[in-house]
Design a protein around this ligand. Structure first.
Ligand SMILES: C[S@@+](CC[C@H](N)C(=O)[O-])C[C@H]1O[C@@H](n2cnc3c(N)ncnc32)[C@H](O)[C@@H]1O
Ligand SMILES: [Zn+2]
Length: 267
């Protein structure tokens, strides 16, 4: 993590300022972040701050962090196959969502970055400044870290829960989430958190599979249905959880109707 990123970080529980102790390198390789306000500590391991202890996760968050830890090695190929299945080239599909960001040269946060499959459509874009990524699966983040190192991209990564973001209020000029929120433990908190860390005027994009997409997953991913005890709630875009005070709110179909995307701007 770059030293300059420290000023953006906040305790995910009380939003207090964090104090770093550890190696003097830049980027920061190892050490500890402390929250004096609530006396919590977060280690930095191999440049990734750990804001959650995976063994303390519960419910879907626990199940899916484990699933992605185990399957991350194949995620990039899975994504390509999924786009081939829906008859769409991956770049076109991903740009349907990433191109809607409007960060005006500022900072972008991707919540649930996975192995970084959206990064090719964010990096080196003239209107995108620094990019940051958070995920609940360390397996996904390690893959992402190898990928950005190979590409020479300076993307800081964080192990954390989208429902409790470890960033100061109003830190980002664009926030994007593609895939995941349907099965977060607490979608409402995740949306509130994306709004909290976005600057006034920032556009926020939240996408995930539609019911049609979830049904297809059930057919092809072993154990997907089992994750819900055989009783999965029908997927609906969580538009009701977006506060009425947000601006330019709309939902659009992406990926030929296999995905929905909620778009709005923070006032
Ligand atoms: C379907 S993948 C999406 C990856 C990538 N964003 C993409 O566009 O393909 C879902 C991701 O959500 C992450 N995830 C699941 N629950 C999460 C949570 N509560 N907070 C943050 N990330 C979470 C998973 O670890 C996984 O990397
Ligand atoms: Zn704290």
């Amino acid at each position: 993590m770059k030293r300059s990123t420290l000023s953006l970080l906040a305790c995910p529980t009380c939003h207090g300022q964090l104090i770093f102790s550890g190696t003097d390198d830049d980027p920061l390789r190892a050490g500890r972040l402390a929250c004096p306000a609530c006396d919590r500590h977060f280690p930095i391991v191999d440049r990734i701050p750990h804001f959650i202890a995976p063994e303390q996760l519960t419910g879907f968050n626990r199940r899916f962090s484990r699933m992605y830890d185990l399957t991350s090695w194949g995620y990039r190929a899975f994504s390509k196959i999924a786009f081939a299945f829906i008859g769409m080239d991956e770049e076109t599909g991903r740009r349907e969502i990433t191109d809607r960001l409007d960060p005006r040269g500022g900072r972008v946060l991707e919540v649930s970055i996975g192995p970084g499959v959206n990064l090719p459509y964010l990096m080196n874009r003239p209107d995108v400044g620094e990019v940051f990524g958070l995920d609940i699966s360390l397996g996904q983040l390690k893959n992402c870290q190898r990928y950005v190192a190979k590409k020479g991209w300076g993307v800081d990564l964080f192990l954390g829960n989208g429902e409790r973001l470890p960033f100061q209020n109003e830190s980002f000029d664009g926030v994007i989430h593609v895939g995941g929120i349907n099965f977060f433990n607490d979608k409402k908190s995740a949306i509130e958190e994306m709004i909290r860390v976005a600057k006034p005027g920032a556009r926020i994009l939240i996408g995930d599979e539609t019911e049609k997409g979830a049904k297809a997953y059930e057919k092809v991913i072993p154990g997907f249905m089992k994750s819900f005890g055989g009783d999965r709630a029908t997927v609906v875009a969580p538009i009701d959880l977006v506060p009425a005070s947000m601006l330019e709110t709309r939902v659009f179909d992406a990926w030929k109707g296999w995905f929905y995307c909620i778009e709005f701007r923070r006032p």
